[in-house]
Write a protein that binds this ligand. Sequence first.
Ligand code: 13P
Length: 337
Amino acid sequence: VVTRAGQYDDELLQTAQNMTKAGKGILAMDESNATCGSRLEGVGVENTEENRRRYRELLITTPNLGKHIGGAILFEETLYQSTKAGKSFVDCLNEQGIYPGIKVDKGLKPLANSNGESWCQGLDGLADRAAEYYKQGARFCKWRSVVSIPAGPSKIAVTDCAYGLARYAAICQNAGLVPIVEPEILLDGEHTLEETFEVASAVWAETFKYLADNDVMFDRMLLKPSMVGPGADCPKRNTPEEVAAATLKMLNSRVPPATAGIMFLSGGLSELDSTLYLNAMNQQPNPWHVSFSYARALQNSVIKTWAGDDAMVGKAQAILSRRAEENGLAQLGKFNA
Ligand code: 13P
């Protein structure tokens, strides 16, 4: 028997339900300073704190963003930043009805005695950090662990991924943050859809076993999985309907219907594919809120259009708005390419 503090239970449920309203998804904009830097440098913008702030201001102040976005995941630096005019990003998001979220993991490290795999660090001190983030206005959080199919994956890597996610989720629910549980199965590789299915089957089984062992409340958490499709370099390309069918089959066999939301990552899929696959899933009856928590599939065209030019902010925001709307329609199964 385990004992949970429980003082945030009502608020957690409210947050999870508000974030998963029909037609809504999540904007992932929590790239680490290094990752954000490489995206900025990719469009010729220097990786400075001010340029990261300028880019994030563009995203956060997009008019009507709250129509299709229920939450925005921030990197720690961003949670404490403000617009040029001095309004905190947290206030900007709250005004649009968008919950501010925070990436709380501390990134990937090599996993000893594995097939060159990684593990996700960040549990030390997490309860204290989570309490600080809550004070600063965060109401949900994310932890991303990865599994590589070409690396095996080894049993120890899968177990470590699942166990870390479960400990994190338990700690953060106790601090009033709705946890996004993200066991990302990397797209890299030549594996087929069927091989992805086999690995996803093991990863999701293990993840939900440890979530249950740790008494994580499924109706107050969000799952952020990869779709079950072929590897990026697999010669056989599947249709959106095949990817949707395999992903739903996996969800049906592994994920409790009480789970508040299934918020897919885009993982390197093209903008169009990520929307088509989501749309195809929502054309089938399913018991979940099946939606998106995309970074690249929402932002790729936005950052290219902006490229550091203040004069392009409006145009870049219009693109973000359109990508949010297209994925919002896909959440309803109503997207037409
Ligand atoms: P992508 O949609 O670019 O995969 O990013 C989602 C995310 O937050 C990965 O952790």
